[in-house]
Design a protein around this ligand. Structure first.
Ligand SMILES: NC(=O)c1ccc[n+]([C@@H]2O[C@H](COP(=O)([O-])OP(=O)(O)OC[C@H]3O[C@@H](n4cnc5c(N)ncnc54)[C@H](OP(=O)(O)O)[C@@H]3O)[C@@H](O)[C@H]2O)c1
Length: 249
């Protein structure tokens, strides 16, 4: 734990904390001395991580596509901890499905989680931050897929281009309010998590993707989140593009 961090003792909500990047970010923020609320659907994963992180972490099982459940989650955080100071929107998914003849259910799933749930959580969290010193931080997990369109990933990329728009839109609204709340996006290339297993629907294809070259690790992204948070208050990191060194595009 870093006793000097200005975030020590404050409250972070990390979505997607049951796996991959979200779990690593939650661990990093707990090490900063933050109280971390862990949100995702699988309760056993969250409980296990909360136990590992100790008294400063709480498991909060929720399906983020259910806006009423998200509202209840924020009410509970307000009752138990006073509200959220830092929101990390890491929950996200991709499905390999084309735009011509693809699955509308898969398109909807990606849009509901990657775009709408992110907006609902952000709006709730910003209202807490406004009450709690007006100096919080919202960090979205974007993707390199929000900067160019990998073959066959038209809809997933659309959701991540949307995250870039939502980053800039929120920045403009906060500036209009003369708020000190900051918003940042982090856009990784390949990171070794469970993501590509879900994207391809195949463990073998995910492993093949991760063995092309040394890919990023969830802790690499967690360290970047820490860098973004620890930047001085007058400095807002807008978007960090993080590629594995040997990733072609
Ligand atoms: N891995 C990569 O190569 C990569 C690259 C660029 C960007 N990203 C982005 O990074 C973020 C994190 O992905 P990851 O790589 O850590 O993938 P991951 O290991 O698959 O984690 C995804 C997380 O989202 C949660 N989640 C999924 N559906 C949910 C729902 N309906 N409600 C609540 N939580 C839900 C999952 O938990 P439950 O299943 O328990 O709900 C899990 O904790 C995503 O936004 C992804 O788009 C990943």
């Amino acid at each position: 734990m870093s006793p000097t961090s200005r975030w020590s003792g404050r409250v972070a909500l990390v979505t997607g904390a049951s796996s991959g990047i979200g779990a690593a970010v939650a661990t990093e923020l707990a090490e900063l001395g933050m109280h971390v609320v862990l949100a995702a659907r699988r309760p056993e994963r969250l409980t296990e991580l909360a136990a590992r992180l100790g008294a400063g972490a709480t498991a909060a099982p929720v399906d983020l596509r259910d806006a009423e459940a998200v509202a209840r989650l924020f009410e509970r955080i307000r009752a138990d901890h006073g509200g959220v100071d830092v929101l990390v929107n890491s929950a996200g998914l991709g499905r390999e499905t084309p735009l011509i003849g693809g699955s509308a259910a898969a398109w909807r799933e990606m849009l509901e989680l990657n775009v709408l749930a992110l907006c609902v959580c952000t709006s709730e969290a910003v209202s807490d931050m406004r009450r709690r010193g007006d100096d919080g931080h919202v960090i979205h997990l974007g993707s390199m897929a929000g900067h160019r369109v990998p073959q066959g990933s038209g809809m997933y990329s659309a959701t991540k281009y949307a995250v870039r728009s939502l980053t800039e839109g929120l920045r403009q609204e906060l500036r209009e309010l003369q708020s000190n709340i900051r918003v940042s996006c982090i856009s990784p290339g390949y990171v070794a998590t469970e993501f590509h297993q879900g994207y391809f629907g195949s463990v073998e294809r995910a492993q093949a993707a991760y063995s092309q070259f040394p890919v990023l690790q969830p802790t690499d992204i967690a360290k970047s989140v820490r860098y973004v948070l620890e930047a001085p208050p007058h400095m807002q990191v807008h978007d960090l593009l993080l590629r594995p060194t040997r990733q072609p595009s």
